[in-house]
Ligand binder design. Sequence first.
Ligand code: GAL
Length: 432
Amino acid sequence: MNAISRLATVISLASLSALPLSVLAAESKGSVEVVHWWTSGGEKAAVDVLKAQVEKDGFTWKDGAVAGGGGSTAMTVLKSRAVAGNPPGVAQIKGPDIQEWGSTGLLSTDALKDVSKAENWDGLLSKKVSDTVKYEGDYVAVPVNIHRVNWLWINPQVFKKAGIEKAPTTLEEFYAAGDKLKAAGFIALAHGGQPWQDSTVFEDIVLSVMGVDGYKKALVDLDQKTLSGPQMTQSFAELKKITTYMDPNRAGRDWNIAAAEVINGKAGMQMMGDWAKSEWTAAKKVPGKDYQCVPFPGTEKAFTYNIDSLAVFKLKADRKGDIAAQQDLAKVALGTDFQKVFSMNKGSIPVRNDMLKEMDKLGFDECAQKSANDFIADDKSGGLQPSMAHNMATSLAVQGAIFDVVTNFMNDKDADPAKASAQLASAVKAAQ
Ligand code: GAL
């Protein structure tokens, strides 16, 4: 049985015996519970923008934040709530996982019908984005932003102190910078040893070593030959080398703590998606002056995307106020005001094509402007690829299998790159 039908069976059996819990307060206009994992300082500032707007419109916001970067804890909580027949009104669900949830019948294919038509979502979004958030042709989620994953964050003051003149553009320059940082007593590469962070680094390396086509064949198409091939072995060899630039005490460290090490001048660099910028923004740092954002060396012509989206659960028809709250949230989320303020806080770029074309005029910083330009260019060239580490490319089962191989490899000093690529291919096959 594949992952979709496994999830569908568990959930449909459980919902026969459990009744949804009503969270409707008697005299409220309607309320919406939102399960998400935006809990770092910068992320909280971003999600508070949505909360404030929904509350301004007269609805009650019930915060369902579940800590844990990358969202795997939030997904576990969400599944158990769904199994217990008590899903929230809205939850952060992304990529192909939306299709899995759609197939359980628990997402609403109706709630967003009118609002998506009235607000012309089809016209505002690129097809890659709208396809991701539709289930069998109907919107079941509202996309809130686009993150780019393949960024390298640099503290230029630390670089200067270590005698490094410019941001690295090749892996060789990256290693040379790492050596200088280490020699000068800094942590070269800030990192948190959590599986999703390990695989964020891994996918950047695969992209750098194998190029866009190789990345797509390996991590999107899951081609067995490419997964076990010589370029994958090479990627594991580079991963092994990159690990030597990380702090050995990184186990379990959250991504925002790693970001803080770069912000506070303890470390020189971090490989992380642009939610890392939310921490720089919250610390009142300015790009180009206090920090630099550059594509990870060797990935300039590519954009690994990560679209955050909020999926809408089916509610009983008599919960009219709560359904109205879901619809209000969806309308707000794609509105220009929210799109601008949210992404400015979150480090991402808007999902609306009209806004992506005028980032400068809208007051977005240079990192966001570059991201938007590259998104548009890479969409045309084929360089726009879904991030495996951020649930955009594969099922969560396949992603979990890749995470295990990568994290085990990084934590074993004696691990062999050739063996790891063979393991990767067989782990992916078993999870499909
Ligand atoms: C990503 C998510 C981002 C950010 C990050 C760290 O998967 O898309 O919005 O929250 O995890 O938690």
